[in-house]
Design a protein around this ligand. Sequence first.
Ligand SMILES: C[S@@+](CC[C@H](N)C(=O)[O-])C[C@H]1O[C@@H](n2cnc3c(N)ncnc32)[C@H](O)[C@@H]1O
Length: 369
Amino acid sequence: MTDYISARDAAESWGISQRRVSALCSQGRIPESKIIGNSWMIPANSKKPDDARSRYFSESNDRLKPFIKWAGGKGQLVDQISSMYPSELGKSIKKYAEPFIGGGAILFNILARFSLKEVYISDINRELIRTYVAIRDDPDTLIENLNQYQDEFIKLDEDEKKQYFYVKRSRFNELIDDRSDEFVDECAALFIFLNKTCFNGLYRVNSSGHFNVPFGRYKNPLICDVNNILTVSKKLQNVSIINGNFRESFDFIDSETFVYFDPPYRPLSETANFNSYSGEFNDDSQRDLAAYCREINDKGAKFALSNSDPKNTDLNDNFFDDLYAGFNIMRLKANRMINSNGENRGVISEILVTNYVSKSKQIQKTLDE
Ligand SMILES: C[S@@+](CC[C@H](N)C(=O)[O-])C[C@H]1O[C@@H](n2cnc3c(N)ncnc32)[C@H](O)[C@@H]1O
């Protein structure tokens, strides 16, 4: 007769999470495992299944990059911002916090460049954070779900793709209402699927908290980027991933920490739509954030902070110059939309505030141009 052990015991002996063991059982990857009551039971002589990392993963040619498109993403500013890291002062970065993580363009640049001891990321958007957690803890299940959506979606004609998108959007909204942890893997896969197929990769919710971005009509979106998901998963292994307000990072931050803040930008005009995230971030929130920067400055942490530059539209608007008086305020050039009608795209400046002085020549060059 076969002896069985609990999923918990298997998790402990294989050095993986209990949730991962349950996922492997539901995928049929542990022969003869069975459910008794609510729990999986595993034959005591089972071997730990191969990790998808070794099944599909080729480490060569992998570049760490965001797994979603995100409004305000820092992709095009990575070079300018990275030349301003405090490491440019000659020290490596050991502890890093990014409390408004969004798509994480700067996080992934930092993770690729430095061997960090501790990393903390957070965001107020619960579904976004659940997706980071799913990538870190169970990339196999995520990849399986995404591959399934991709196979189903790609073979449809345009109208059927649109219908498929709206079915998945309704399901995602059902899961937003379901506060349990039962469907986290499905929710994460839907989050990525919708990001890749909705209009402009936007994330916007209505007053009931439901995702309401329409279908995006892309020809062949890459819904499941297996290599990138696995590369990101590997890099996130020791990262603390928190769903919450930026202030929750306070205990983590100390004199060894470099903190990058990329809050929702202060709108440049009444029609600007940069703040289409869940939750409002108004001028009082900007003031609270500036106060927080002073608190962590007092702890001896180094910080850099991005925001819009009000001087693009009103030379007399000193909102950020006043809020961050005493710190260094630089102006970087970015190719962005000034307002929501899409016509006003062009090179505008953004501010980068730091509480340290960088010797970066690149920034100096940008400023001189
Ligand atoms: C400009 S985006 C960050 C973009 C990101 N750096 C990137 O490269 O994609 C701002 C993020 O702040 C989050 N957010 C808004 N209010 C917040 C708050 N009070 N605390 C923490 N995060 C918040 C939003 O959900 C959004 O993801």
